[in-house]
Design a protein around this ligand. Structure first.
Ligand code: ADP
Ligand code: MG
Length: 472
């Protein structure tokens, strides 16, 4: 019997398809990528923690049944998430699923070490396959070109064809958050791999690099660490502004940089500002950053935004009417990540409420997010307002007490955070009483049930809503 992960996932999909509307299926299940099957544990990859939470929130039962039917009663599900909450940390999180097993409180364990390389510093053999840590969704084809990024993209293509042999070394991509630096840097890596599979490509964020470095120092394995990095043919170091103030890490990187450059290896760096504006980084390193080519990615212009939205919608198999596309592109100003976030909210709303994606819905959603953003309602502020309302201290909200009044306040705070901020369930739970994301979901359910059934509760709820509104 074939029990590879693709087969198993395909069988799950066949079962799930029968139980959800076609659009839901297309949106939430088709893009999921099965990664591995180990024993009874199936690992699937989803595009963001938002997608993970959404699937967990809405399709737990269906998933559980499908997994049990295909793998057996001991089936377990793990998610691998490309973390999107913190744009500076793109790494893999392994999450055990509530779908099959109630997870412990540390749901999203950012397993930074594993996200790197399995015992990386012992692979001293040149032919050793290293895991590039590239996200296969970030391709050149998917990276829409416009005047905002043309130079960066075409330089990237050139490098991908002749890595290390051009004068674009290092190649530094800089620009504001959410404009596609990580995407482009990874796309170059994928292209190199496609052209020459034998090349050792490695994508690593400065944060991960730093963690690995610290760990190597602690274990007295710094030579292995250096040796490992010196074997890389194309090193992509993401978010080098994070090096600021970290002298020891800078020093180490300086040596790796020199070694790679002198051996004709390619360096690709990304940064959230032009190198001249970088502070907290040693001059000798800074000057090296400027040796090759720096290319800026700017905010996309209207036409490019439009193309991005259309291309993404097409990939997801969803139809966004033209007026909606135009509206989104006109109103989401700054960055592509926000644009994608709005598309996802729109999709989620339309799937959840079984409404079509219309201009009206788009206005509704954008109205909400824009309003929230302009005055920024945060998890902290919501906690304060709720505490003030119930005359309790914020510290009490954090205690483990089961006192009804406090529990009620905590649930309400969680509900408003979930609905009025963009914070993830995991973050909200962590901030409010160190609870896990399932508690937050549970709280939201309790609150909406009570609003429907308990008049007194509803009065509290509405009063709080007003207070928050004033605070917004
Ligand atoms: P940065 O690293 O600059 O903060 P990312 O590379 O993470 O930004 O991009 C944010 C999101 O926007 C990603 O999902 C990425 O795929 C998307 N994106 C950015 N620029 C483009 C583009 N030109 N074409 C398609 N998608 C893009
Ligand atoms: Mg990035």
């Amino acid at each position: 019997m074939m029990r590879d992960c693709k087969n198993i996932w395909k069988k799950c999909l066949d079962l799930i398809r029968e139980q959800v509307p076609p659009r839901t299926f297309k949106t939430w299940f088709e893009p999921v990528c099965p990664i591995k099957l180990e024993g009874d544990i199936l690992t699937i990859q989803v595009g963001s923690s938002y997608v993970y939470e959404y699937i967990e929130e809405h399709f737990v039962e269906i998933l559980r049944d499908a997994l049990k039917a295909t793998i057996g009663k001991n089936a377990k599900l793990q998610y691998s998430v490309v973390m999107a909450n913190n744009p500076n940390v793109k790494t893999t999180a392994t999450i055990s699923s509530a779908a099959v097993e109630k997870p412990t409180s540390a749901i999203v364990a950012l397993d930074k070490r594993n996200a790197g390389l399995k015992n990386p510093f012992h692979s001293v053999n040149h032919t050793v396959e290293i895991d590039s840590q590239l996200n296969t969704a970030y391709t050149m084809d998917n990276f829409i070109e416009g005047s905002c990024n043309r130079l960066a993209k075409s330089a990237g293509m050139t490098i991908a064809k002749n890595s290390g042999k051009t004068s674009f070394n290092p190649f530094l991509i800089y620009g504001g958050s959410g404009l596609g630096k990580t995407h482009l840097a990874q796309a170059i890596g994928l292209e190199v791999k496609r052209n020459t599979p034998s090349k050792a490509v490695l994508y690593v964020s400065v944060n991960l690099f730093q963690t690995q470095f610290t760990e190597a120092v602690r274990r007295n394995e710094i030579n292995d660490f250096l040796h490992f990095y010196q074997l890389i043919d194309v090193l992509i170091l993401d978010d080098i502004h994070e090096l600021a103030g970290k002298t020891a890490t800078q020093n180490t990187f300086f040596h790796i940089f020199n070694h790679l450059q002198q051996s004709g290896k390619q360096l690709i760096l990304t940064c959230d500002k032009p190198p001249v504006e970088l502070t907290g980084i040693e001059d000798r390193l800074l000057s090296r950053f400027k040796w090759g080519l720096s290319a800026e990615i700017k905010s996309p212009e209207f036409e490019t935004k439009k193309e991005i939205v259309i291309s993404k919608a097409r990939r997801d198999g969803i139809d966004f009417p033209e007026d909606v596309v135009n509206y989104l592109c006109k109103n989401v100003q700054n960055n592509v990540r926000e644009l994608e976030g709005t598309m996802i909210s729109l999709l989620a709303q339309s799937t959840f409420n079984k409404k079509d994606i219309t201009l009206e819905l788009a206005k509704d959603i954008l109205g909400k997010t824009v309003k929230n953003r302009s005055k920024e309602l945060t998890v902290d502020k919501i906690q304060n307002v709720v505490c003030e309302y119930f005359h309790i201290s914020p510290a009490e909200l954090q205690t483990k007490t089961r006192k009804r009044e406090i529990v009620q306040a905590r649930y309400l705070a969680m509900y408003f955070c979930k609905n009025y901020t963009k914070a993830s369930l995991t973050f909200i739970g962590n901030q409010i009483g160190k609870k896990d994301h399932t508690t937050v979901l549970y709280a939201c359910k309790v609150v909406s049930d009570l609003v429907d059934t308990d008049r007194k509760f509803k009065a509290h709820f509405e009063e709080l809503q007003k207070m928050l509104y004033i605070n917004v």
